[in-house]
Design a protein around this ligand. Structure first.
Ligand SMILES: Cc1ncc(COP(=O)(O)O)c(C=O)c1O
Length: 371
């Protein structure tokens, strides 16, 4: 449908995919150019990451979360967070195991991780009435006993929700009682607005693992560099799988990401990150106001670059997919909630990854369409 529209020369405004339109900071680009010229940086990397890279991640955890991690065995590089999400399952999940997955959620938890290990995803509904947090008390005890791993992701894609520390504490208690691993996927840790500072699950309990990546933090989705940190036995498993599958993230990319991470001097976001967040904050305010002004009731997310909202009342007879298709007709591309699982039905996700003028243009078109 989209390629047809493109062929016809229709002006499409892509607010679907979470790929930043903002560019990688100059500081990092210059470092890549410098590092790529050094012959040693053109060789095979270590799949677990260079020692210097792992040290930079540990240092970042110290300044950002006040945590002490040992770079020799509590950190591994991954080729983007997606690889980490999938390979952790490869290390620990056997056929028929249960993996607890948020729904709606990043689709790789259920598909690339769980199902490719012949295991069974158990969907934890993220509902508006629970502030898009899973209701852990509602999970059947039999399911919990069979669960090997739980994916959590706050700040959350697609809902933009954040998790209070009390919720993370409760999740950790469940993990202890039922003996499963928590993988906290945290690529939006820096995508927070106002005074809110996103925590690390490792601050609550260092016995689990957390994934983060340069993709969103430094607008580096195309460079493929991330990290998994936490419990050494879990990190050992990830490294073991990776050593037989990939040959790591290019050394010159790792070195450039070190440069970015070293910009952090405290919990405060450094200028290269703050600039990005301020841009998204303005876009968020603009989009949410525009939608509410036209009668499309939409809440302002406290984090992420996504706006998650129920399709307008007037269209509630439609599935979210049908609604999204009708917006494609006017050249506005957003993501149907069902793409993140069955509990996403009735919702759509806007990604704030277009300049303000384009968001305004999308708002104009949507306004005309709704009326
Ligand atoms: C929740 C979540 N996890 C992981 C990723 C993967 O990020 P990357 O592999 O680029 O680090 C994304 C990307 O959109 C995401 O939204």
């Amino acid at each position: 449908m989209l390629s047809e529209k493109r062929k016809k020369g229709i002006d499409l405004i892509p607010l679907g995919i979470g790929d930043p339109d903002l560019t990688t900071p100059e500081l990092i680009i210059n470092e890549i150019i410098k590092q790529v010229r050094i012959p040693e940086n053109q060789n095979y990397p270590a799949s677990m990451g260079e020692q210097e890279f792992r040290e930079a991640v540990a240092r970042w955890y110290k300044v950002r979360f006040n945590l002490d991690l040992d770079p020799s065995d509590e950190v591994s590089n991954v080729i983007g967070g997606k690889e980490g999400v999938a390979n952790i399952a490869r290390a620990f999940i056997n056929p028929e195991d249960i993996v607890l997955c948020p729904n709606p959620g990043y689709p790789v938890y259920e598909n690339g991780a769980t199902k490719l290990c012949d295991a069974n995803p158990y969907s934890m509904p993220l509902l508006k009435e629970n502030n898009f947090l899973p209701n852990l008390d509602a999970i059947d005890r039999k399911v919990l006993r069979k669960a090997k791993l739980m994916y959590l992701n706050y700040p959350n894609n697609p809902t933009g929700a954040i998790a209070p520390k009390e919720f993370l504490k409760k999740a950790v208690e469940y993990a202890e009682d039922y003996n499963f691993i928590i993988v906290h996927d945290n690529p939006y840790s820096e995508f927070t607005f106002g005074d809110y500072i996103a925590p690390s699950i490792l601050q609550i309990d260092p016995n689990h693992v957390e994934i983060n990546s340069a993709s969103k933090m430094f607008n580096m989705t195309g460079f493929r560099c991330g990290w998994v940190s936490g419990n050494k036995e879990i990190i050992k498993g990830v490294r073991k799988v990776k050593s037989q599958i990939d040959s790591g993230c290019p050394i010159f990319i790792q070195k450039a990401v070190i440069k970015g991470l070293n910009e952090y001097k405290s919990v405060e976001k450094p200028e290269i990150v703050e600039r990005t967040i301020k841009t998204y904050e303005k876009r968020r305010d603009n989009l949410v106001k525009g939608l509410n002004d036209m009668g499309w009731k939409t809440d302002k997310p406290q984090a992420t670059f996504y706006v998650w909202t129920q399709i307008p009342k007037k269209f509630c007879e439609m599935s979210c997919m049908e609604f999204v298709k009708s917006l494609i007709e006017i050249g506005v591309i957003i993501t149907p909630g069902i793409g993140f699982g069955q509990y996403g039905e009735g919702y759509v996700r806007f990604a704030l990854t277009q300049p303000e003028e384009r968001i305004n243009e999308a708002l104009e078109r949507i306004k005309a369409f709704l009326s």
